[in-house]
Design a protein around this ligand. Sequence first.
Ligand code: NAD
Length: 492
Amino acid sequence: MALNLDRPDLLRSNNFIGGQWCSSVVGASYPVCDPATGEAIAIVADSTAADAQAATVAAHQAFDSWRQQPAAVRAQLLKRWHALILEHTEDLARLISREQGKPMSEARGEVAYGASYVDWFAAEAVRSYGDIIPTPVRSKKMLVTKEPVGVVAAITPWNFPLAMIVRKIAPALAAGCTVVAKPAEDTPLTALALVALAEEAGLPAGVLNIVTSSREQVSEVVGAWLDDGRVRKITFTGSTAVGKLLARDSAPTLKRLSLELGGNAPFIVFEDADLDAAVEGLMAAKFRNGGQTCVSPNRVYVQESVYDAFADKLVARVQSLRVGPGDHDDSQIGPMINARAVDKIERHVQDALARGASLLTGGQRLSGGDTNVPNYYAPTVLGDASHEMELSQDETFGPVVPLFRFRDEEEVVDAANDTPYGLAAYFYSRDVTRIWRLAERLQTGLVGINEGALAAESAPFGGVKESGYGREGSRYGLDDYMATKYLCQGNL
Ligand code: NAD
């Protein structure tokens, strides 16, 4: 099925380097496929180290003049880009939905959400103040200024093809950094369209560069940036395994790193919670993007006395979810990104059932109706989950809710923290003393308290432990792209 865009020129297939759209140096390409049908939607450049190096040269050359622009000029360009993104919401949403699979309503939401970061950092750019430090002696003046860190390499995952890359590019450009970017191999089309809109907004050549590559080429492309001392920072969102590789391989040139990695979020329902609100919070947090989000609750703990009542309410809600292609108006859960993803979900569910979980609803692959590509998975609730099950150790990244019973607060806090990950945690309770106690004891970067939707451009997003470090959004998000400089002036 053809991809119809109001602006067909937003469907790009080449790299953008130094202000030019160009094919890969060796002329290689690979297909981008619709996860719902397996059909190729477009063919894009399959880059090599030479393409990545060309992007670095362009970003390095553009850096001096970009950093010297007044922050107000950079802000103005970001505002123009923001306006163009919103103006082309429908086309961007079509690209997101088609290459990634999420329903159009969610894809439109992603455009608005991603755009809000551009707007936010346009405003933050002009508020990047320094400090004047009271001096111990009269003969000196001491000042602190902030400077852009330099060329930034941004590497992003497939689950939010627009929001993930914008959350990196916007603060980097606002800070005065220049960027080389590589979107996920499954979802490069939205990122290329965003760059086309940035070009249209008037971003100077070399300030923002993008190269695409297949999974086979990714080590070579990213490796060229890791090895290059001109790239001063890596900002990465993706799996913990790849994050660790980047930390290791960027050590020889001691680059700054921001790592937004995997999670294993606990969602805790206490007996004093508003159960209906907890079910709605879980539905929002769990089933957005078919469960393919890093903050998706992976382990749902319910206190014994309300376990059955909560399970009944949840199953009724989950059974009402409609699964189907992203471009069907009534779809709420689209296809998973690829067959590998469905294999993992299936493995987790089979393992849980073999180890004593009960199947409350779902638990099977779905064909998706008009296609033979079995990339759909039924929204699933499993009861009686336990910690020996694979799904309690590793993120399932799909529409599966495992319910664990717990007795008391002590037990559940220990269980919630018993993971190497520390991105998000959620709990529902109406006991104010418990609320503050738990907010402090949960070892995560984000805590949802009687709330299932956490992310906002004005708030710092990021993890602790093996979920990584660095923050995106808020004023902290700009700091990640700036170096602190201390100036000490003596008397003349
Ligand atoms: P991934 O780590 O496989 O891929 C992420 C990016 O890294 C892609 O661009 C990929 O091409 C690149 N990459 C893969 N192998 C590489 C290598 N050897 N060297 C350099 N780059 C490499 O992750 P994914 O499957 O695309 O995304 C899912 C993961 O991302 C999940 O673990 C999820 O929790 C995490 N995630 C985290 C956040 C967050 O903010 N913390 C947000 C979204 C997704």
